[in-house]
Write a protein that binds this ligand. Structure first.
Ligand code: TTP
Length: 340
């Protein structure tokens, strides 16, 4: 089998870039898209001027304003972002039908069978970037590689407005120096555990016997061993795969008031958002739910169908309403909160 040609596309500071396109007077200002500080909103994303102040995704908006008092925080307009995303996909389809969206602004494309540009995936990616710039007036970063893992690493490599290719012949050298923290799924905890084994790069990781990895990381061990060698057989999956996903947390001290629960729920929702990006599948959830376990261990779940008209699943107000309704069933301190 000849090597596959995979492109990973990721828009640069997506929501913020769309807002700047709509109102160019924002271009020179530090801006963010997110919830209001007064209602304990959080930052969804921000532009690079705001990042220079330390503002980051998932940060409470109140904290962002402390770091950058002149920060302009805009309300998200999901309808608009969906329309832009549809524009990306119209362009992608001129090169391949094998497209796997990860979120509105991120997708894998398998261009192995595309014969444009003599089949050069790098030139195809450059052409996609050019068209998005000219037709949609936005920049995206692209990673080009023989598999999904490396294509995603590539799109992040010289962001923003970057294009980075890891050709099949370069894989071995590239991964040797690649920090394990760049592996999708290796978070702070796994990275720390690997460091204890003397592992910081994929090259180091290659030296660890598979047996040791299985002992330490279970089923994830063999997967780590493959990724460390730049091997990833996952196909680009154009079909939608639905899964249920949730995040919950048991608190060391019960939460006595709905107000405190509301704050904790925001954190859970952020984690839920992050997990979505990690499961790497187009996800089209049908329902949202909040789970509450009271201090007497009674538990209850409130769920609702996400209306077709909803612009996205992560509607913080909707989750907060579910929380309030669930809590009213017991009106007691709460030891565990979950959302899915
Ligand atoms: P990302 O692709 O993670 O980030 P980004 O496009 O804002 O910036 P970058 O150039 O560094 O890739 O997220 C895509 C969009 O998803 C982002 O514009 C806003 C939204 N989002 C949230 O709502 N909450 C979050 O915690 C994150 C990370 C993103």
């Amino acid at each position: 089998m000849p090597p596959r040609k995979i492109i990973h596309i990721d828009a640069d500071s997506f929501y913020a870039s769309v807002e700047t396109r709509e109102d160019p007077s924002l271009r020179e200002l530090p801006i963010a898209v997110g919830g209001r500080a007064a209602s304990r909103g959080v930052i969804a994303t921000c532009n690079y001027q705001a990042r220079a102040f330390g503002v980051r995704s998932a940060m409470p908006s109140s904290r962002a304003l402390q770091l950058c008092p002149q920060l302009v925080i805009l309300k998200p307009r999901f309808e608009l972002y969906r329309a832009v995303s549809a524009g990306f996909h119209r362009i992608f389809r001129d090169y391949t039908e094998v497209i796997e969206p990860l979120s509105l602004d991120e997708a894998y494309l398998d261009v192995t069978d595309c014969d444009q540009f003599n089949g050069s995936a790098t030139l195809i990616a450059q052409d996609i970037r050019r068209r998005i710039r000219e037709e949609l007036r936005l920049t995206v970063s692209a990673g080009i590689a023989p598999n999904k893992f490396l294509a995603k690493v590539g799109s992040d490599w010289d962001k923003p407005d970057g294009c980075f290719t890891i050709a099949p012949g370069q894989v071995a050298d590239f991964v040797r120096e690649l920090p394990v923290s760049r592996i999708n799924g290796v978070g702070a905890v796994t990275a720390a555990r690997l460091e204890k084994l003397g592992v910081t790069t994929c090259g180091d990781l290659q030296q660890v016997p598979l047996e040791t990895l299985v002992k330490r990381f279970g089923k994830y061990g063999p997967r780590l061993a493959e990724l460390a060698r730049g091997v990833d057989h996952r196909q680009v999956q154009p079909s939608r795969i639905r899964k249920s996903i949730s995040v919950e947390n048991t608190y060391s001290q019960d939460l006595p008031t709905l107000e405190q629960m509301a704050t904790r729920l925001e954190t859970i929702l952020q984690e839920l958002h992050t997990r979505f990006s990690r499961i790497e599948q187009q996800y089209s959830p049908a329902k949202r739910f909040v789970k509450v376990k009271f201090d007497n261990f009674n538990q209850t779940t409130m769920e609702e169908v996400i209306p077709d008209s909803a612009s996205q699943w992560l509607d913080r107000d909707a989750y907060q309403r579910l929380l309030a309704a669930a809590w009213q069933r017991g009106e007691r301190p709460v030891r565990l909160l979950g959302a899915g």
